[in-house]
Design a protein around this ligand. Sequence first.
Ligand code: PBG
Length: 323
Amino acid sequence: MPFPVHRMRRNRASEPLRRLVRETQLSPDDFILPLFAVPGKGVRKAISSMPGNFQLSIDELVKECADSLKLGIGGVILFGIPDAKDEQASGAYADDGIVQQAVRAVKRELPKLLVITDVCNCEYTSHGHCGLVVDGEVQNDPTLEWLAKAAVSHARAGADIVAPSDMMDGRVAAMRKALDASGFTNTPILAYAAKYASVFYGPFREAAESTPQFGDRRSYQMDPANAREAMREIELDLEEGADMIMVKPAMPYLDIIRQARDRFDAPLGAYQVSGEFSMLMAAIQNGWLDRDRAILESLTSIRRAGADFMLTYFARDAARLLG
Ligand code: PBG
């Protein structure tokens, strides 16, 4: 006889009770803040579609990082927007590239801050695709060389973790081999293992100036309709040597996060991407959603689905709310 013996509301009657039975916790340790580095000095250029986010010159970026460290967040992930782009994505793997310089500066000033680098070519190619383009097609195998060189250059600059987001086949193995050959046997690879061809990257592409000049990314990023395929992508990245895996985007793909959690024991990240952030911010700025609750509920949902850590543009706000 369920009711009236069982009353689910009993455990919800007060905040201390709710706290006792709460199944999911958030901690600043698990938040990674994405930051965008640009050349110059004293540059803080607002990204209009992502309120509160900026393209930052390295001096300004270091300040943001210092702030992040004080708030106790888990780390930062750096993206770069180079001065010049070309067909070969030269800026992606140059030792004096924008991200490489940014990593050096951050690790020099703030050695305790965990610095992840996004390894991709789309911010560095003139056409905005993530690899070498021949006859309008993104070439897989030649692109692996660029990615391997980029990973080594990031590690040499001091990156704690390198994170390939390109979705070429075989990139994790290529990067592992190159890192090991250069003496970086201890640099972990966080693979954007299940990365979907998502509309929710729109604001990021404004931020990173990486919109493809023709076509789209559907020949390399995953079809949003596929879940089993995501498990194969993750399995392959782990076999190739990925140390951690990621699902991206997060909120529209909570089922994928849950399946990955149930199936794999590797540390699992999820990326609450730019469009998820902008959507929430638009509603917050319109007064349609309460800011603090929207931030915490959205991150709680990602964590509840099974993510160990979250890349989120709300990292600092959420850390402040928890602190
Ligand atoms: C680079 C990359 C992208 C994002 C992270 N790394 C853009 C893309 O694949 O087009 C998106 C992140 C976001 O939307 O916040 N390939």
